[in-house]
Ligand binder design. Sequence first.
Ligand SMILES: Cc1cc2nc3c(=O)[nH]c(=O)nc-3n(C[C@H](O)[C@H](O)[C@H](O)COP(=O)(O)O)c2cc1C
Length: 338
Amino acid sequence: MNWQEIKKVAKEKLKPYCRVCPICNGVVCSGEVPGMGGVGTGSSFRSNIEALNKYKLNLSTIHEVREPDTTQELFNEKLSLPVMAAPITGTPYNMGGAITEDVYCEEVITGSIMAGTIGWTGDGADPLMYGSGIDAIKKNNGKGIPIIKPRAQDEIIRRIRLAEEAGAIAVGMDIDGAGLITMALKGQPVSPKSPKEIEEIVKSTNLPFILKGIMTLKEAEIAYELGVSAIVVSNHGGRILDHTPGVAEVLPEITDRLRGKIKIIADGGVRTGVDVLKLLALGADAVLIGRPVIIAVFGGGREGLRIYFENIKNELKQAMLLTGVKDVKNVSKNILRF
Ligand SMILES: Cc1cc2nc3c(=O)[nH]c(=O)nc-3n(C[C@H](O)[C@H](O)[C@H](O)COP(=O)(O)O)c2cc1C
């Protein structure tokens, strides 16, 4: 099984929800939410791709680097590459249902483990979805990270307890899901959170707590002050608000001030090892990948995901070698030209 074969199978299984385009850039699926696209005009999804494309790499081959080190440490786990599977829910209404939510979560968690990294799971309008992720994490000795929607406080804390019981590495909340009308329509209301509410959630657990969906320095600083362990700089793959900037555009403002103080993870539009290296050069500690992970799992299950991550690792290594980067833990901004 290679990536081309995986994509071919995925194209059949994801029809007509995802066309599995040569470049996954949000153009043909604009507005397809539910589905695989970006919300509204699709501008926020495309901005992620455009923002990454704006940065170019300085080719450098006169140096001592021979074996670039792609390993990273996060939440006391050693990762073989600084890339993880993003939390995804809604296989029936976003992806056509050829794979159930339970199977999707199981494949993501095990495929990520096989690749030496970590799978994240999500929470959705169907309250059973969070459980699919928790079950997969529990079955795999806690090797996974569940992300909870910004529900009522007691509902969040109840789900944090489930994450603790599953032995999860960390737990978090996609606070940018605060405006999801689909959740309210299905009797699962979500809302923005006050600093006090976030603090209460952070203090309710000993697990590292992650806030996903931060797009400004101001909110990143608030997260830091409230004791959050990690933020994910993310616009939810462009699925929650039209016309947000691209993640690679806002990331440096945040990392300039907070790198080293709080773990900074970024996602949105990462498609290649070169994209991973760009976000690391902009100060991220690690990145998440969303849609291509869906394609890998639909096209080849856990082995498909392992192969996908292996390809990304090889591309990343190659890019490091050709920009003179020895270690992903310390990537200089100077490798970028902008
Ligand atoms: C179909 C789909 C479902 C998603 N479901 C969730 C979710 O339940 N929780 C969450 O935090 N993010 C969710 N996301 C956002 C991803 O975690 C991630 O932020 C985004 O996909 C990254 O962008 P990329 O797909 O361009 O890599 C979803 C994304 C997609 C495409």
